[in-house]
Design a protein around this ligand. Sequence first.
Ligand code: SF4
Length: 415
Amino acid sequence: MNDKLAALQRRAQSFRRAERSYIPSEMSYLILVPTLRCNLACSYCQVSRVAEKASGFDWNEETLNAVLGFIQNSKVSRLKVEFQGGEPLLALPLLQRVRDFCRSNIAEVEFVICTNLQSVSQDSFEFLSHEDVTISTSFDGTQDIHRKQRMSSDEEMQGFLGNVRRLLTKFGPNKLSALPTLDPECLPRADELLDSYLEWGMNSVFLRPVANYGFARKVHEAEIISKDWYQFHREVVDEMIQRNFQRGTCFEDYYLSLCLRRMLRSDINGHVDLRNPNLLGKDYIVIDYDGTFYPTDEARMLTRTGQIDLSIGHVSGGIDQSKLNTLNANSSNFGDPDCDSCRHQVYCGRDVIDDLSRYSRIDLPRSETEFCKRHKYMFGLVEDLLQSPAPAVHHSLALWAGIPEWDSVLSKAVQ
Ligand code: SF4
């Protein structure tokens, strides 16, 4: 190869990398934890929570005003605010005040309420009914498993189901997303899982095993992402592919679709789980019930379990830039010996919080980390599917990638 061609190749590679790099923008996503109180006590709850009637675990007036001041000083014109907890609907007046303030001060604002939908008062229902509010809840695959993992009585289960039905009847499935938290030791059958989601008119399922963070770790000691999990994941994906082709459904695994789009397109750079460099504390941040800043919700959990202090300041005093810079010093997979020789590098990411959570260190060889194994599996699966000659697979890939069907593109290309 002559020198000019080699230089051109190097330049092309640099361009491809730059195209897929995440460039931090202004604050666009704010995760607020107005209360730690919760009316459930799920075994794998990732966050620290306290009893529903406990006192001293909601924002006080001073913290609320500091949060509103932080929002105002960020001077953004677009913002998504996610309310976490605890169970945020237990602190409805705080949610209402944040919502009213944002509506008056920010041109485009949306709200996501992460709620267990256990208890929805008339006032909460009214709050949820607004167009700028969407709901994220948990549903653990099937009603039986959800009951077993989260509920202490049939009555509680009926309360949850009644609230889901009421919301779906009134607003349809686009208002509500339901994240399954799946325990590899108690997995549903693939067809049962999809039937349950279909019953609620939902197509997008984020297939994720119970996380290995914070309080979940105390109950689920075993290696979380096991061979069984990958086998289960593949069975569900195959079932989705068959149903989409034969029955006209539009099922997707949210994360697999994201990996597919990230591999095929250069403009999918923003998702927090899969970006490179993964700079923390830039375009999104978490504010806890006591006003402490965290770079991610996982960082909040790790701090509360006492594993490591990942707080990055306080809403009354601002972000601790020196701590943030330390966290961000290893935010890229470029320069990592394993990643530099990996074919997935340009669309893969980096997650130092995940490494800290699992190993209490960030210097393990990349290929030994759970993050790496999980993404090698996901990208490998996408590669397998892309090479499949089966029309059913092409059909689902086209749906997931958001492009017209392979076959019609190909037939137009040869005309
Ligand atoms: S799959 Fe593993 S080795 Fe490859 S880029 Fe991602 S983290 Fe690095």
